[in-house]
Each structure stands twice: as C-alpha cells, then as structure tokens.
Design a protein around this ligand. Structure first.
Ligand code: NAP
Length: 339
C-alpha cells in the first residue's frame, strides 16, 4: 500500500505556486498504535485559504507554521481504518485538520483543533461542503458574532465564495438587506444576486467599492462580514453606520504574501462611530455544531439556502487547487478527493 504525501518544498515567495509543493510516495508502514491513537485514510481535503498563512515562517499573528520538508496539513475528511481509541472505532469518520497524505496517525484525544464527527448518512463531501466548517463559519459568524437585526444593512466580502455565499443567504434569512462584494460581473449577477438572493452586488474588480457603497447604503452599513480585509475593509469602514459591527472572519487579500494584514487606517472612525470589530474562529463554537447543522439542513429543505461545491478528483491536484483559491477560480467550496 502506498502512502502519498504532499510536502512543503519551498516557502512561497509572495504568491503561492504549485512548485512550492513536492509529491512523495512512500510505502505505508503498518504503524503500532499507542493508546488513544487511530490510523486514518484521508478521503477528501478542503482547500482552505488560511492554509496559505501556514506556509510562511511563524509570525506574531500566525498560530501554525509548516516546516520545510513537512507534510502540508489542512482541513479534511478522514475515515478510521485502525484504532486504539474506543471513541473512534474502525469505520467512524470525522472532519478535522489532517496531513495531505493518504494515511495518517492521529491522537484524537490530544488535538487542539476541532474534530467533528461525520454522522451516519452524511457523505464526506457534505461534511466538508454544505455542512462543513465554511457553512458553519458563516452561520456562527452571523448568529453569534455580528447578530444583524431585521432590516439592517449587511455587507459580505468574498460573497461568491464558500463562506461568503452562505453568509449572504443566512443574512437574508435573518431579515437583512444584503450587499455582496465579489470579483467579476458574472459571479455578482449569476450567483450572488440571482441565486443567493443578495439585494445588490458590487464587482470590486471593475467598480469603485467605496463610491458604490455610499450610493447603495446612504444610511450606512450596519454589519460587515469580512472575508477579505485590506482595501475592501477600508472602503466598508468608511461607509459604516453608527454602532456598526464588523465580524472579522478572514483577510484573504493579505494571505498570499508574507506581509501582515493591515487594519482600517483611521481608528477614530471606530471611536466616533462606536464600531465593534470582532474576530472569531469557527472552532469556538464546536459544541454547537449538531444544532447548527440541523438548522442549515432545515433551511436547505425549505429552499432558503443553496450550496455549491467545486469538487476535483485526485490527490495529485491538491496544490493547483489551493493556488486557484487565490485566483478566484473556484466556484464554491473547493474540495479535492484523494481518489
Ligand atoms: N474565522 C474562521 O473560522 C474561518 C473559517 C473558514 C474560512 N475563513 C475565512 O473565510 C474566507 C473565505 O474562505 P473560503 O474558504 O470561503 O474561500 P472562498 O471564498 O471560497 O474562496 C476565496 C475567494 O476569495 C476571493 N479572493 C481571493 N483573493 C482575493 C483578494 N486578494 N482580494 C479579494 N478577494 C480575493 C476570490 O473570489 P473573487 O473572485 O470574488 O475575488 C476567491 O474565490 C477566508 O478569509 C478564510 O480564511 C475563516
């Protein structure tokens, strides 16, 4: 049995490239499992943009760094194929951070990142896609962090993406007036407004975001669900209403570099407008996942929530898929299966 591994060959110089990764096949050595450990077969990986941060040297804001020559790791769906852990018998499945390898050993009782059981009847694609961490991030970021009230104006950046398109729809369900920001007229019209139901969408590649927001939101933006940061964060902050809330979900515009993610330039706007800015991680809400999944399923069954996955088949395609995220070439939640 072969165990293919994707290793970090070189740290990206500014933009990540497929050449920064190296595929290393090796024979699988049957491991002797210590108490609490499991051997898993990784079935699929989620291309999470934050993984790009982990390819840099550790910095003051990064919690994880992958060493040169080490396996890349990221969110994935795995099946237990050998077990010395009663809670995780052979055949049980979970999503969690796992190395880009066919097989891996995990000490599931000791991991510090969320491990979420995949219930019977749910496929791995569903567990990473419509009910996965990105959908849950949108759900918790809105219901627990930003908490828009009916009638408030909600702006979502990277609105055509995995987290963003779910955030647009959840904000609509909660009664918001929603404006999405995405790259390209087609994404804005065909997906963010037509399917996800945003009231308007701004194409940041061809439009002046600050000026369009001023036109669309004369009374100001009440809630900003930010996936992008940088100039888009600046443009929205310049258009906030008094007592606006900014849920800082991610800062993708700063990831594909080794520079830190900048904040709004004039913090006196935060003071005078009494803005509340709060970062959050989906892992903070892991205990609430079964209830959140039930709510997402109910909304889907009632036709209120749609999800699209961009599934690519083949372990060897992982690096190119990750690169695609930074080109905006993904159409929805980007998942790579191992076969
Ligand atoms: N806080 C948490 O717990 C948590 C959990 C999951 C994800 N996140 C964050 O959520 C955000 C979205 O992640 P996702 O997995 O759903 O990815 P995604 O939105 O499906 O894909 C990323 C999208 O971001 C846009 N983008 C890429 N580079 C950009 C740039 N330089 N400037 C502006 N837009 C850019 C592209 O869309 P366009 O074509 O529209 O540019 C791309 O399709 C990320 O910031 C991620 O780190 C946070």
């Amino acid at each position: 049995v072969k165990n293919r591994r994707w290793l970090l060959r070189s740290r990206p110089v500014r933009n990540v490239a497929a050449g920064d990764f190296e595929l290393q096949p090796e024979p699988l050595q049957a491991p002797s499992l210590q108490p609490g450990q499991v051997l898993v077969r990784n079935r699929a990986f989620l291309c999470a943009p934050t993984l790009r941060n982990w390819l840099n040297e550790a910095g003051p804001s990064s919690r994880v760094t992958i060493g040169l020559g080490e396996s890349i790791r990221g969110p994935g769906a795995a099946e237990v194929v050998g077990s010395a852990n009663e809670q995780w018998p052979v055949g049980s499945r979970f999503t969690g951070v796992t190395p880009w390898q066919d097989y891996a050993v995990h000490s599931l009782d000791a991991v510090t990142t969320p491990v979420i059981r995949i219930p019977d009847g749910m496929t791995e694609i569903e567990a990473l896609g419509p009910f996965g961490v990105n959908a849950l991030t949108a759900y918790f970021g809105l219901t627990q962090v930003a908490q828009p009230r009916p009638g408030e104006t909600v702006v979502v950046s990277a609105a055509a993406g995995s987290v963003g398109s779910c955030a647009v729809q959840v904000a609509k369900i909660l009664g918001g007036r929603v404006i999405g920001i995405a790259g390209g007229r087609d994404k804005c019209d065909r997906w963010v407004t037509e399917v996800c139901g945003a009231d308007a969408a701004i194409d940041y590649k061809t439009e002046d975001v600050r000026a369009r927001l001023a036109q669309l939101c004369p009374a100001g933006v009440d809630v900003f669900f930010d996936n992008v940061g940088g100039e888009i964060l600046q443009a929205v902050t310049d258009n906030t209403a008094i007592h606006a809330r900014i849920a800082v979900c991610g800062q993708i515009s700063a990831y594909d570099s080794d520079a830190p993610a900048p904040g709004p330039r004039d913090m006196m706007r935060v003071v005078y407008w009494r803005i509340r800015m709060q970062g959050f991680l989906v892992g903070d809400y892991v205990a609430d996942v079964p209830r959140a999944r039930a709510q997402l399923r109910d909304w889907m069954d009632r036709g209120l929530l749609r999800h699209r996955t961009d599934v690519r088949h083949g372990f060897e395609r992982l690096p190119e898929a990750l690169v695609d995220i930074f080109r905006g070439s993904n159409t929805g939640t980007l998942i790579v299966t191992t076969d």
